[in-house]
Ligand binder design. Structure first.
Ligand SMILES: Nc1ncnc2c1ncn2[C@@H]1O[C@H](COP(=O)(O)OP(=O)(O)OP(=O)(O)O)[C@@H](O)[C@H]1O
Length: 465
C-alpha cells in the first residue's frame, strides 16, 4: 500500500531516530536511501542501509551497518521500504551505443552503472546496438508496457535516437502522422535516463551538473524527473528529426559536418576542427519567418480558470486525461502546441544574409556571469548570426564556448523568442547546406525547413529542482 505523506514523515523520523542513536554523526532523508537489508550473524542481527552522499554535484554510494535485535532491524527495514518512493523504476530498457565516445560505453555500463541497478533490484533488458538508427527502429515495435523507463548509454546522439524513436511511436500510437508538422505531440510514454559515455555528453551534463556515470545511474534509480522540451524538424513534407539539445543551421551545420569527417580524432576533433569551419564560414541568403512567443495564448498554461473552447478541449487532451478535463479541467494536460497557429501570427525577420540560425531546446539563461541550462521553458530562443567581422565572430563564439552570460550580447546576434520558425534558403543550387541536430549531420534536401517547439514532452531522470 502506498504510504501517505504523514506516515512517510513519521516513518522517516522513526528511522532517523534509530539510525542517529547508533551513530550521532549520521542521518538520512528519504531521497538519500537506496536500499536497506537485514542480516543475521552469530545469533544477532544488523541492518545495512545503502544511501547516497553528495559532494559538489557528484553522487556516490555509501553503506552503514547498525547492530540491533532482529525484531528492531526488521521493523526499521519495513519502515524504510514504506518510505521509498513508488515512482522509482523497477524495469528498465537499456540501450548501449558501443561506438560512443572512446568506445567504452559497454564497460562504463558494466562497471559503474549495473552495480547500482543491481543493488536497487532493477530488472534490465540490455540491448547493445549494431548500427546507427537501430534504436529508433526498435522503439517502433517493442512493448513499452514492459518498462518503466528507457536508458540511453552513450552520447547526445543515442539520446536523440531514443527521443526520436519514442516521439514517432507516441504520434503513431495516437493516430498522428509524424511527417505532418501540425501533428500534436503529447508527453512521451516513458521517462528517459542518460548515462554519459559519449564525446560531448552535454544533455547529461546540463541535467546533473556532472558527466559522472554513477551520478546519472543514481538519479535514474531515484526516479525523479525533469520535464524538457524538444523541437521537430520538417522539410519537404517529411519529418527529418527531433532535437533535444541543439538545432543549428549554417555555421553549426558546417562545423558538425567537418567534425564528422574527422571522427577518428576522437573528442579532440571538437577543439581543432571548428576553428577551420569558422575560418571558412559561408554567408547564406535566407528568408526567416517565425511565430513569436508573445502572440500565443500562453495564459492557458498557467491559468486553469480560463476555459478552452470545446473543440480544443476534446482534441488536445490526451486520452487518459479526458475525463478529468471534462470534470472541471483540473489537470495541467495541454501544452503550447495545442493552440492554433494562424497564418496572421507569422512574422518575417529582417535579416537576409546570415552565418548561422540556431536554437537550443534546453535554453541557456544568464545567471550572474555564467550561462545555466533551463529545462522545459515556455519559449524557444531563435538565434540569428548576421554579417560580422571574422574577429568579432571568433570573440562571440569563444564566449559561447566559455559559457559566458554575455555571449549573445553582440549586435550581430539577433535573439527572438519563438514557438516556431521556418528558414527558406534563397540558394545557389550547387551548394549543399547542413543542419546540426544534437550532433548529427542532416543535409538540407529542400530549400525550406520548419522547426516547431514541443514543450515538456520528455521526462528525463535527473536532479529534482
Ligand atoms: N552500433 C553503432 N554503430 C555505429 N553508430 C551507432 C551505433 N549505435 C548508434 N550509433 C550512432 O552513433 C552516433 C553517435 O552516438 P553518440 O552520440 O552516442 O556518441 P558520440 O557522438 O561519441 O557522443 P556525443 O553525441 O555526446 O558527442 C549516433 O548518431 C547513433 O545513431
Amino acid at each position: 500500500m502506498k504510504p501517505n505523506s504523514d506516515e512517510t514523515k513519521t516513518d522517516m523520523d522513526f528511522i532517523n531516530s534509530h539510525l542517529i542513536c547508533k551513530s550521532s554523526s549520521f542521518s538520512v532523508n528519504k531521497s538519500q536511501i537506496l536500499k536497506s537489508c537485514v542480516h543475521e550473524r552469530n545469533g544477532g542481527a544488523f541492518l545495512e542501509v545503502h544511501y547516497v552522499a553528495e559532494r559538489n554535484t557528484k553522487l556516490t554510494r555509501r553503506r552503514h551497518q547498525y547492530p540491533e535485535t532482529l525484531d528492531k532491524c526488521l521493523e526499521i527495514h519495513k519502515k524504510i521500504q514504506n518510505t521509498l518512493a513508488d515512482k522509482r523504476p523497477k524495469r528498465l530498457l537499456v540501450l548501449i551505443n558501443p561506438r560512443s565516445g572512446s568506445r567504452k560505453a559497454e564497460k562504463i555500463y558494466a562497471k559503474r552503472v549495473l552495480p547500482v541497478f543491481e543493488l536497487c533490484e532493477i530488472q534490465t533488458n540490455v540491448i547493445v546496438t549494431h548500427r546507427a538508427n537501430e534504436v529508433k527502429d526498435l522503439l517502433m515495435n517493442i512493448d513499452l508496457e514492459e518498462f518503466d523507463g528507457v536508458v540511453a548509454v552513450g552520447g547526445d546522439g543515442i539520446y536523440n535516437e531514443v527521443v526520436s524513436g519514442l516521439t514517432v511511436r507516441e504520434l503513431r500510437d495516437h493516430g498522428q502522422d509524424p511527417d505532418n508538422p501540425e501533428s500534436k505531440l503529447s508527453q512521451l510514454k516513458l521517462p528517459i535516463g542518460i548515462i554519459p559515455a559519449g564525446s560531448g555528453n552535454y544533455t547529461a551534463w546540463y541535467l546533473n551538473g556532472t558527466k559522472c556515470p554513477v551520478t546519472a545511474a543514481i538519479r535514474i534509480v531515484m526516479g525523479h524527473c525533469v520535464s524538457t522540451n524538444i523541437v521537430s524538424l520538417h522539410q519537404g513534407n517529411k519529418c527529418s528529426g527531433y532535437s533535444g539539445l541543439i538545432l543549428g543551421f549554417g555555421l553549426f551545420g558546417d562545423v558538425m559536418r567537418d567534425c564528422e569527417k574527422y571522427r577518428w580524432m576522437g573528442t579532440s576533433r571538437f577543439k581543432v576542427i571548428p576553428v577551420g569551419s569558422v575560418l571558412n564560414r559561408r554567408p547564406v541568403n535566407v528568408s526567416i519567418s517565425y511565430i513569436p512567443t508573445e502572440n500565443k495564448r500562453l495564459q492557458y498554461q498557467e491559468d486553469f480558470t480560463i476555459q478552452k473552447p470545446d473543440f480544443l478541449r476534446l482534441t488536445s487532451v490526451p486520452v487518459t486525461n479526458r475525463k478529468s478535463a471534462r470534470d472541471g479541467y483540473k489537470k495541467r494536460t495541454f501544452s503550447f502546441s495545442d493552440t492554433l497557429d494562424t497564418p496572421s501570427e507569422w512574422k518575417t525577420a529582417e535579416d537576409r544574409v546570415v552565418y548561422a540560425v540556431d536554437t537550443y531546446p534546453i535554453t541557456m539563461k544568464p545567471d550572474g556571469t555564467r550561462m545555466t541550462p533551463n529545462f522545459g521553458g515556455n519559449t524557444l530562443e531563435l538565434l540569428i548570426t548576421t554579417k560580422c567581422k571574422l574577429a568579432d565572430h571568433f570573440r562571440q563564439l569563444k564566449e559561447v564556448d566559455d559559457g559566458k552570460s554575455s555571449c549573445y550580447d553582440f549586435e550581430f546576434v539577433k535573439k527572438i523568442e519563438v514557438q516556431r520558425y521556418r528558414v527558406r534558403v534563397l540558394r545557389n543550387k550547387t551548394e549543399d547546406f547542413y543542419l546540426n541536430c544534437d550532433g548529427e549531420v542532416i543535409r538540407l534536401e529542400h530549400p525550406e525547413f520548419d522547426v516547431r517547439l514541443h514543450k515538456q514532452v520528455v521526462q528525463l531522470y535527473g536532479k529534482a529542482k
